[in-house]
Write a protein that binds this ligand. Structure first.
Ligand code: ATP
Length: 328
């Protein structure tokens, strides 16, 4: 049921950028205009709120961006917004503009900021999960994850070709800060022989078991995906350790880096962005606030911002087993 009290909505992208953020901005802008609500684009995440850097957007403002990576609104990590004074300035700028609700697109840090602003000034905010890490509780998918996963798969497939030609052991570092989702799913999708993720501490023992057995089986190549946040360090550190313990291997390292954050969003990311963007606007018009829109089992759901702060999304242990089973 729409209350129609909201006349102007602001939209921003914050934290790390991810492919599909533009598709989400487009959906928010068009979802708002469809519901006869004005919409303002805020530049550089919370920094634009603090600096009063925002413009009204129209349907044509988001033409031809659905297929483009990055974010037309830019993003930033804003230290001012971490302070009560910065958030007051942001709130005053919103009031001056007559903006009475916000859609924030980003990760758990973005939602922590949204929760603080919302609670301090009783301001309605709905979030859209946009990060390649897929580490947010309350949604099966974050926008950008599917595209980044496909980028990882494409890159690792290419490395596999050269690894096989030379009989080498490759350590490939995958993004994801403290989350191993990209590494785990990337590992399954590329047939990696082993993975190293921050969520599990026994994976080095598993790697050693594999390295000993693989040598016996004369595998022509071996790929180990390493999450950048693994507790033993990144791929370079790990490769050095393995080289010392297993001189029989010809070891190489590749760090995939920022190619994982760019590129045209996949069809899945575009569809999810469209659904979540319009749902975020509808949620605000129905009086929802202080929550994130998500997708669980294919359905739109909402969960409070506080959940993404309190809970860490776990990796599926069965999928960890799958890596081991499929690499024999
Ligand atoms: P990603 O997962 O891609 O890194 P993120 O949204 O988690 O995205 P952060 O840098 O953690 O990225 O957060 C984005 C911004 O949110 C910060 O730069 C800051 O402006 C704001 N923010 C984060 N945490 C808080 C907090 N506790 N209080 C107020 N603002 C916050």
């Amino acid at each position: 049921m729409k209350t129609n009290k909201i006349k102007r909505i602001g939209v921003l992208t914050s934290g790390g950028d991810s492919p599909g953020m533009n598709a989400a901005i487009r959906a928010v802008v068009r979802g708002a205009i469809y519901n006869k609500v004005k919409v303002y684009g805020i530049q550089r995440g919370y920094q634009g709120l603090v600096d009063n850097d925002m413009q009204e957007m129209h349907s044509h403002s988001v033409s031809n961006i659905i297929q483009i990576g990055g974010t037309i609104l830019k993003t930033a990590r804003c230290m001012d917004f971490m302070t009560a004074e910065g958030r007051r300035k942001a709130y005053e700028n919103l009031v001056t503009r007559g903006i009475d609700a916000l859609v924030t697109i980003g990760g758990d840090g973005t939602f922590a900021g949204a929760q603080e602003l919302g609670e301090e000034f009783n301001f309605p905010i709905v979030g859209i999960p946009g990060t390649i890490d897929n580490d947010i509780c309350g949604t099966d998918y974050t926008i950008g994850y599917d595209t980044a996963l496909n980028t990882v798969v494409e890159a690792v497939d290419k490395i596999r070709d050269t690894a096989s030609a030379h009989n080498r052991l490759f350590f490939i570092e995958v993004m994801g800060r403290n989350a191993g989702f990209l590494t785990l799913h990337g590992g399954i999708a590329t047939g990696a022989e082993a993975i190293m993720v921050p969520e599990y501490t026994n994976d080095f023992d598993m790697l050693n078991i594999f390295l000993n057995s693989a040598q016996k089986q004369h595998k022509t190549s071996s790929i180990v995906l390493v999450a950048e946040g693994d507790e033993l360090g990144g791929a370079i550190k790990l490769a050095k350790k393995v080289e010392k313990d297993h001189p029989e291997y010809d070891v190489r390292v590749t760090i995939l880096g920022h190619i994982q954050r760019g590129g045209s969003p996949s069809a899945i990311d575009r569809v999810n962005a469209g659904r979540m963007g319009v749902s975020a606007v509808e949620a605000l018009l129905e009086g929802k606030k202080d929550m994130m829109v998500g997708l669980m089992n294919g359905k739109i759901v909402y969960s409070p911002f506080s959940r993404s702060k309190k809970e860490k999304r776990p990796l599926d242990p069965h999928l960890m087993d799958l890596i081991r089973i499929l690499s024999i």
